[in-house]
Design a protein around this ligand. Structure first.
Ligand code: 13P
Ligand code: SF4
Length: 304
């Protein structure tokens, strides 16, 4: 405990010296969430990155999120405490693969989930997150006949049903969310008969169909705060339970599956955050020509 306090004090000191801001995703370990200047989902983190006045952004999440911060604030120094913190889903489609898909469907406009590399973003027309995908499809693609939506097949399927549009999809998926099974939801419902089931749209259709609500991680936090509901079964990465419990100490939250752990999100520790600030490591860089193109698709998203 004392060790942890010392680390937090040192992090605070370096943060002031460097004029840094610490942005933290909802899936990070509790100690890291607790030192955040801002904790949120991909959309909220993108907005924060685009408007911060800090000189340095320490991004506690996965690589594509830190890259997104760099694209939106290219003049800032963006640091990721562990360079190996990647997102397997984002790596399921390369820019070459997307270019080939575009050649096969020359009339299609491209929507890409923010869980993609900077290079893939530079090849797409508009970006979206789990929190705004339906709205983006309805508002930015209303005049389009053909839409390519990559890389998450399950998010695409869910949004297709909600927005009433067909997509040309890719076989990407989140290895963490597919661990949540329909049987898990059924078992937890039986165990907690008064609970509402909230799940992330990266879950498989068999799971989203059984849920009461399908929400982004920030959507879950907002709903848990505002709803007149006492108990929730939560179908997403288990790291979010810390924030849900902290913000709602009188409510009860149960993970849909204890197996839904994203190993990449757990790589960031307080020690690594401190070293990151102390040594200004590991700097996230994106080639200027990629920034220029990828920023357009992110900016369209933020303008909606
Ligand atoms: P959110 O944008 O809902 O936080 O989701 C990000 C993510 O990586 C989910 O696995
Ligand atoms: Fe990527 Fe899934 Fe981890 Fe989110 S939970 S960062 S989509 S692997």
């Amino acid at each position: 405990m004392r060790f942890c306090m010392e680390l937090v004090e040192k992090i605070d000191r370096f943060k002031r010296e460097r004029n840094a801001v610490i942005l933290v995703h909802n899936y990070q370990i509790p100690e890291v969430q607790d030192i955040a200047d801002y904790v949120g989902d991909s959309l909220g983190l993108s907005i924060q990155a685009s408007k911060t006045s800090a000189d340095v952004i320490v991004f506690c999440g996965v690589y594509f999120m830190a890259e997104t911060a760099k694209i939106l604030s290219p003049e800032k120094i963006v640091l990721i405490p562990d360079r190996k913190a990647g997102c397997p889903m984002a790596d399921m489609i390369s820019a070459d693969q997307l270019r080939k898909l575009k050649e096969e469907h020359p009339r299609a406009k491209v929507l890409c989930y923010v869980n993609t590399t900077a290079e893939v973003k530079s090849e797409c027309d508009v970006c979206c997150t789990s929190g705004n995908a339906e709205r983006i499809v309805l508002e930015a693609f209303q005049d389009e006949d053909e839409i390519i939506f990559v890389p998450d097949q399950y998010l695409a399927e869910y949004i297709s049903t909600k927005a009433g549009r067909d997509f040309i999809t890719w076989k990407g998926y989140c290895p963490t969310h597919v661990k949540i099974l329909p049987e898990d939801i059924e078992r937890k419902r039986d165990l907690h008969v008064n609970a509402e089931v909230i799940v992330h749209p990266e879950c498989t259709p068999g799971v989203t169909r059984l849920a009461d609500r399908v929400l982004s991680t920030e959507g879950m936090c907002r709903y848990a705060r505002e709803a007149d509901v006492q108990e929730f079964v939560v179908g997403t990465e288990v790291g979010i339970l810390h924030r849900l419990k902290k913000e709602n100490p009188d409510k009860y939250f149960y993970p849909a599956s204890e197996r839904a752990v994203c190993p990449n999100m757990k790589l960031t520790t307080l020690e690594k955050v401190l070293w990151s600030l102390e040594e200004m490591q590991h700097e996230v860089t994106v080639p200027p020509e990629i920034i220029q193109k990828a920023k357009r698709s992110l900016q369209i998203m933020l303008d909606h």
